[in-house]
Design a binder for this molecule. Sequence first.
Ligand SMILES: Nc1ncnc2c1ncn2[C@@H]1O[C@H](COP(=O)(O)OP(=O)(O)OP(=O)(O)O)[C@@H](O)[C@H]1O
Length: 241
Amino acid sequence: MTIAINAQGLRKRYGDVQAVDGVDLEVAEGEFFGILGPNGAGKTTTMEMIEGLREPDEGSAELLGVKSWPRDRGLLRRIGVQLQASAFFEKLTAREQIHTFGSLYGVSPERADEMLATVGLTDKAGTREDKLSGGQAQRLSIACALVHDPELVFLDEPTTGLDPQARRNLWDLLREINDAGRTVVLTTHYMDEAETLCDRVAVMDAGKVLKVGPPRELIAELGVESLEDVFLRLTGREYRE
Ligand SMILES: Nc1ncnc2c1ncn2[C@@H]1O[C@H](COP(=O)(O)OP(=O)(O)OP(=O)(O)O)[C@@H](O)[C@H]1O
């Protein structure tokens, strides 16, 4: 197994809050991996430290064999990080957004247009980002993260706020990306999403990883019906949305 991500002993504190409290994670190349947990579990902070966007208080992460902190320019070209919709450049159209992201990586306008087509936004190319629907903006942000054809893709709650159809369309897109050989890591607080998409999940709560494994194995191991039940069994309380 070739390791895409090897994170050891990650910790991060904000004032009184121990947001991440000693997280180890290994993700294999080509895996679809989910970081699962309720609001405030520490998923985003963990992912940001792994990506090299936030300095850990302790611990470190290697991506594709390279330490992600301090930032490594060569590595940044090999990873794609989905930015939240609010991180778009202001007042640009969908096409201008993706061309701008593409140009940062030396990607041709043709390739950027292809990516817009891949996420089904060709007919919205001339629409300003603030006029896109929630689902369209999510798809654009994913296209921007993928425009330079990264080997490793990080997505932070990519389907939050989408209607059921838009979620399913996005799931199809994420599967295609993974089928094309990319390693995909996403955070989610939707158990069904994790169960449907992920080869393995890490269940997080209160800054710690409680359990890692394939969803079906975790369910079988604990003798329960669903990932929701896994969470209940591990934490002793209901999963809260
Ligand atoms: N920049 C920050 N400053 C202070 N506290 C923070 C900061 N970022 C996160 N926290 C706190 O750290 C904890 C973990 O937050 P984090 O965003 O990593 O969790 P999460 O699992 O991604 O939650 P969500 O699902 O709500 O995004 C929370 O208690 C949060 O309030």
